[in-house]
Design a protein. Structure first.
Length: 327
């Protein structure tokens, strides 16, 4: 039922956006559109935890990254042509169509994943109990915050990419989509390598190495932007490495967090997503403070990499993981 509601809200809000009479109405509808879109991202992770055993979560979450990574490659390309050929309303009508198709596909093809014994009434006491359990679990909180800060660095790049590449480094507009897409392809490639790694390699070890790779890439990126050495090739390379490592961070961090809380997978997925986007929202709010768009982007990426790596060492590892693994 929450997925029905989310997809319906997304589809209807998207259609209404296409006919919004003012920017104020558009902004309100965009808020409802985003609320509806949350249903898919939250419930998909919960369904993965419901259906697959813990030792398969790394592989399946890596497959989810394939979808998340392909979207940024295709969306700017399709969106630009929709805008060129049919105008801005076509983008929202396309989203409404996609939402409707997802709604129908879910209704006819997707079975309920939650076991009967896991269902609990929607009561405030149960909600408070679930989130209290999650917040008290050091490993869940650590893994979710590691994912959140690492993702915030990626969002800082996504928000700044057009200004950095087009305005600062003079990349032609028609080439930007391919440049942006190639970085996203790095994340897809990383996630697929991650999904094929042997089960004997611990999740926290892979996550820690990925965090360290992101930290090194962020340091080199900062040095290049501040000093002006290397120009676009070095900046692109460092960003590519950081985003490619995200293909290892998100699946392993999500698997660590979700494995432990099968009975409250929906709440765990919701808090995981909330941390991710809340941290990203705070981080990207600092991107417009300087005239040079590369400097705030770089500083946000560096800070996120430092905090994510520090949290990894403080909260994760074989001796720091506390509490039993939930069924």
């Amino acid at each position: 039922p929450p997925l029905y509601f989310g997809l319906a809200l997304f589809a209807v809000s998207s259609a209404l956006c296409a006919f919004a009479p003012s920017i104020a109405v558009m902004s309100g509808l965009r808020l409802f559109q985003a609320i509806g879109a949350c249903g898919g991202s939250v419930i998909s992770r919960a369904m993965v935890r419901d259906i697959f055993p813990p030792d398969e979560l790394r592989r399946v979450f890596s497959m989810l990254i394939l979808v998340l990574g392909v979207s940024p490659i295709l969306a700017p390309l399709f969106g630009s042509y929709l805008l060129l050929w049919f105008g801005w309303r076509a983008a929202f009508l396309a989203q409404a169509t996609i939402g409707t198709l997802l709604f129908l596909g879910m209704h006819f093809r997707l079975r309920e994943s939650m076991a009967e014994e896991s269902k609990r009434p929607l009561q405030m006491s149960n909600i408070v109990s679930a989130y209290t359990t999650l917040v008290r679990d050091r490993t869940f909180l650590g893994a979710s915050l590691v994912c959140g800060f690492s993702s915030a660095g990626a969002f800082a790049y996504i928000a700044s990419a057009p200004f950095v590449f087009i305005n600062l480094y003079k990349v032609p507009t028609e080439h930007f989509g391919w440049l942006f897409g190639s970085v996203a392809a790095g994340m897809v490639a990383g996630s697929q390598v991650n999904g094929r790694m042997p089960h004997r390699i611990a999740l926290w070890k892979v996550l820690r190495v990925a965090n360290l790779v992101q930290l090194v890439a962020a340091i080199l990126l900062t040095a290049s932007v501040v000093s002006g050495l290397g120009g676009l090739p070095v900046v692109y390379f460092c960003i590519f490495v950081y985003i490619a490592a995200q293909g290892f961070v998100f699946p392993n961090g999500s698997a660590i967090a979700m494995t432990r809380h099968g009975q409250i997978a929906g709440s765990a997925s919701a808090l995981l997503g909330t941390n991710q986007f809340l941290i990203a929202a705070v981080g990207t709010s600092f991107l417009g403070f300087l005239d040079n768009p590369a400097v705030p982007m770089t500083l946000v990426i560096l800070i996120c990499a430092v905090v994510s790596t520090a949290l990894n060492y403080l909260t994760l590892g074989p001796r720091l993981e506390t509490g039993p693994v939930a069924s």
